[in-house]
Design a protein around this ligand. Structure first.
Ligand code: PLP
Length: 393
């Protein structure tokens, strides 16, 4: 179905930056720059600068960033890796494919991993912790660094959703042995297909990932050092991502503005929890604007019927997918989150008008539920706003 307020708008995004993007793609194609060329090196240099680390290595997905980082850090069979259950399945699959055992723990109300749960899960076999900086928010890295260093565990950050987010002024992807990013098209920095990168200050990790992503081969000497993978970041994707990276600070500023607008519109709605949290050591980038309510399914249906697209990350705990063989951990916050969260439209193209339409629908849904239409107060109705049809920036 076509939505009046789409969750994201890939066509509008391309149209806004078409001239620069087309020039970058045509430059690659015209010169035959397809694999491991200067555009990839340039993007890696700029990404490393942006994150504040020495090295960035482009790979073909966030999944491979995680998998190759684990291998590069020497994680393998017999090792345990602690990570939150409330994450995209790729975080956990990367651990499994490295031959290690995922140890799933719970998250806090801000959806980031609970350091107390991590500390309680450490055993003699713990070799790594993967904090997941979910929804554009960095985990409590001070406590996680303390736990990791006390037990000699590596930190591999899953920063797939948090490029540009900070904790106490330090960027996602700059804390651990490796930071792992995804450039999946709808990520905060998205390509035109799959893509990812590993960031690190450790030259040995950077070199290992560089070799692993290209069949284990050292391109200088032709020597194969590993049974590696075919996991390069394509040169054309890198050229596009380099163009987009220059715009990222303004997109982050835009997402923060949109989040503040949602907050202004919705903070007094009863039964609705917004993603603004009391401890402000983090500067979030709002990859997702996740709201939470026990009436989630009804709210979602209502928004859909009114032309507002939403997503749920994720509708059931990952361990309930029995084929994955993850046991049955007792993680109550994760269970509740899966029942209660819904992500509202949020992207670099989301407009004030779209926030107003979405918020009016949300308010109306709760007002009708409470049999109290005055909750809409001074707000325009969604229908009034929908007739105006001014959705693009
Ligand atoms: C938290 C998290 N980890 C890992 C990934 C995997 O990234 P990719 O889809 O690029 O493999 C994603 C992307 O969806 C993600 O959101």
């Amino acid at each position: 179905m076509s939505y009046t307020v789409p969750f994201v708008n890939a066509r509008a995004h391309y149209q806004r930056f078409k001239r620069e993007i087309d020039a970058a793609i045509l430059g690659c194609l015209t010169n035959g720059d397809l694999i491991l060329r200067q555009q990839l090196r340039d993007f890696e240099t700029h990404l490393a600068e942006f994150v504040g680390v020495k090295f960035a290595v482009g790979v073909n997905s966030g999944y491979h960033a995680l998998h190759l980082s684990l291998l590069a850090a020497g994680i393998g069979p017999g090792d345990e890796v602690i990570t939150p259950a409330h994450t995209f399945v790729a975080t956990i699959s990367a651990i499994v494919h490295a031959g290690a055992k995922p140890v799933l723990v719970d998250v806090m109300e801000d959806y980031t991993v609970d350091p107390d749960a991590v500390a309680a899960a450490v055993t003699a076999r713990t070799r790594a912790i993967i904090p997941v900086h979910l929804n554009g928010r960095v985990c409590a890295m001070d406590r996680l660094e303390t736990i990791a260093s006390r037990h000699g565990a590596a930190i591999i950050e899953d920063a797939a959703q948090s490029l540009g987010a900070t904790f106490q002024g330090r960027s996602a992807g700059s804390f651990g042995a490796a930071g792992c990013f995804s450039f999946y098209p709808f990520k905060i920095l998205g390509g035109f297909g799959d893509g990812g990168a590993v960031t690190t200050n450790d030259p040995a990790i950077a070199r290992a990932v560089r070799l692993l992503r290209y069949n284990g081969e050292d391109r200088e000497t032709g020597e194969y050092h590993y049974h590696g993978y075919t996991a390069l970041l394509d040169n054309v994707q890198a050229a596009v991502l380099d163009v987009k990276l220059a715009h990222l600070p303004s997109w982050i500023a835009h997402r923060r503005r949109i989040a503040e607008l949602y907050r202004a519109e919705l903070s007094d709605v009863p039964d609705l929890q917004l993603p603004h949290f009391p401890i402000e050591r983090q500067a979030d980038v709002f990859q997702n604007y996740v709201v939470r309510t026990p009436s989630r399914d009804g709210l979602r249906e209502y928004l859909k019927a009114n032309g507002v697209e939403t997503l749920v990350h994720w509708p059931k705990p990952v361990w309930e997918h029995a084929a994955l063989g993850l046991g049955r951990p007792h993680l109550m916050e994760t269970v509740r989150i899966c029942q209660e969260v819904v992500s509202l439209p949020m992207s670099a193209e989301t407009t004030e008008k779209q926030v107003a339409i979405t918020s009016a629908c949300v308010r109306r849904f709760f007002a009708e539920r409470h049999g109290n239409c005055s909750a809409d107060g001074h707000k325009q109705s969604a229908e009034q706003l929908l007739t105006e049809q001014q959705f693009l920036p």
